[in-house]
Design a protein around this ligand. Structure first.
Ligand code: 13P
Length: 258
């Protein structure tokens, strides 16, 4: 982390977990134990049907609610889909884009790019995900792969808007497996992502953007991961479903930075 130049962001990704009633229950508990300090931004990205309950519960707090997906089109005949302006109107501040679980369902880099542009246009903060498979890591092509995902995902994002984008590095082999990347492995990739942003934009922009790590981050390993200079927060799956665990990760972000 580096609080001097950029925001620390602790974001939960609930995936397909919790009903609206369970959302209300979680938020009630979470609010009572949420740290008062403002050392990081806190976001919770929840299933679309849980957004109203989450927004209502968190209205008077500093927790931003987000969605887990968005359609790139502004409106029209896309049965079952949700447009960016609908998320904004529902009270969302964030949207996760290009999670590997969605890429596995067929989402391409071009789709990710269109969604990032649509989210920015509507005023949402996109959390754009990238990450390599175990095969790619073992083949030694992690850096090339991530560089390509970032370049394609950010195509057409202007100099003015790039600072609104949050990038999340999530190695696929670490998601939901309990096998976390080591702080050094995660730092290496996040540092490379910042270098790519530097080349595409500028040093100032690269220094200002928040890069998160995701993949089995929990209350035990968060401190060490967040201590890395280029890891500006976390995108947390399983551990964000339990208020006590999520709070401990927020607390881990309260540490000295460079
Ligand atoms: P886990 O924290 O459950 O490994 O999930 C990570 C993730 O995919 C967050 O987007």
């Amino acid at each position: 982390m580096n609080r001097k130049y950029r925001k620390t962001v602790i974001a939960g990704n609930w995936k397909m977990n919790k009903t609206p009633s369970e959302t209300k229950e979680f938020m009630t508990q979470f609010k009572t134990i949420m740290p008062k300090g403002r050392w990081c931004d806190v976001a919770l990205c929840v299933p679309a049907v849980c957004i109203p309950a989450a927004v209502r519960a968190m209205r008077e707090t500093r927790v931003g609610i987000g969605a887990e997906n968005v359609n790139a089109n502004p409106s029209g005949a896309y049965t079952g889909e949700i447009a960016a302006n609908m998320l904004v109107d529902a009270g969302c501040k964030y949207v996760i884009i290009g999670h590997s679980e969605r890429r596995a369902m067929g989402e391409t880099d071009a789709d990710v790019n269109a969604k990032v542009l649509a989210a920015l246009e509507a005023g949402l903060t996109p959390i754009m995900c990238c990450g390599e498979s175990l095969e790619q890591r073992e083949a030694g092509i992690t850096e090339e792969w991530i560089t390509m995902q970032i370049k394609l995902g950010l195509q057409g994002v202007s100099e003015e808007k790039i600072r609104k984008v949050i990038i999340a590095y999530e190695p696929i082999w670490a998601i939901g497996t309990g096998r976390t990347a080591t702080p050094e492995q995660a730092q290496e990739v996040c540092e490379n992502i910042r270098a790519v942003v530097r080349k595409l934009y500028s040093s100032k922009n690269a220094r200002a953007i928040s890069i998160l790590y995701g993949g089995s981050m929990n209350e035990k390993n968060a401190y060490e991961l967040l201590a890395q200079p280029d890891i500006d927060g976390g995108l947390i799956g399983g551990a964000s479903l339990v208020p006590e665990k999520f709070v401990k990760i927020i607390e881990a972000a309260n540490q000295p930075t460079v």
